[in-house]
Design a protein around this ligand. Sequence first.
Ligand code: MG
Length: 387
Amino acid sequence: MQVTAIIAAGGSGTRLGAAVPKQLLQLGGRTILQRAIDAFRSHPGVAEVIVALPEAIVAAPPSWLEGVRVVAGGARRQDSVANAFAAIADDTEIVMIHDAARPFVSADVISRAIDAAAIHGAAIVALPVSDTVKRVVREDGASGGGVITETLPRDEIFLAQTPQAFRRDVLGAAIAAGRGSATATDEAMLAERAGHRVHVVVGDAANVKITTAADLERAREHDVRQPATSRVGVGYDLHRLVEGRRLILGGVDIPADLGALGHSDADVVCHSVTDAILGAARAGDIGQHYPDTDPRWKGASSIELLREVAALVRGRGFAVENVDVVVILERPKIGPHREAIQLRLAEALGIDAGRVSIKGKTNEGVDAVGRGEAIAAHAVCLLVPVS
Ligand code: MG
């Protein structure tokens, strides 16, 4: 299913009182618009992003817009969207529209909108309200106040956000209906007018629209309060050493008199690294994902489970920045196998071998590890968000 996202950034955003349009203001090192674009460009389900911008910006685009398809916006939002719609690829099946002023849209929300549009033809993300909602008639000359004429049933009220997603033909009909008609504040309104049923999927409270200076200030605070952009995790593992088992470390078969005992291949390097990655992503631990009571994991290749876990955190928007492991055993020496283990781990993690470090230590003859009865490993992993 071919999906194109249109970012509606044609507005001048004068309400913020800044010298530049609000979508070009900085928020956490990128402009608000850039963050909205990046959210769609990095989504695996979105093939292309088209941005409708004021003509002056299209004529002289800033360098950070390099590689982004831009079209000149129109007088009204619906005119900007119509211009962008005219530029979409022929094989586009789903078109999404997103406000440039919503920089916090998540991949999850984008996916939900795409899925709902594929099923229903038209869908928007929206939030239920928790406040009681009143219909109010404004009094003449009153500064913002008025008189209540009705209390609306709260459970029937939703606040529309973007993205709004449509099958291509549905949006085409809605845009055609919007030409020369009254101004619409969103695309769903055009589709409703064109007689389409628009479905609602629950959006995300964090997907705020930045309209006023106070919104921008709150967004900046929210940005600062976000957990550290990078996340560190720690992992530990120990297995008994016995005769008649293989010693597999980081997916590499190590010649040894004794091997590690376990339900799986008992690879302490992979197990500790897997737990470090899961811990950094706050995604549970290896026992939850691959319980040793489950026959599926009997004799499992731990390097393959590590590969799965690396894919899992990639799906959550993280990349493994580096991994550092200490292997503790009395013999054999790790040194001669260090390179091979680093290469194998890096390959499974999908990163350069220069980001993986393996270090060997003995336990100086102390405790079970020191007596050669067990092997242990400690790992740390740094995850960084993928922009
Ligand atoms: Mg283990």
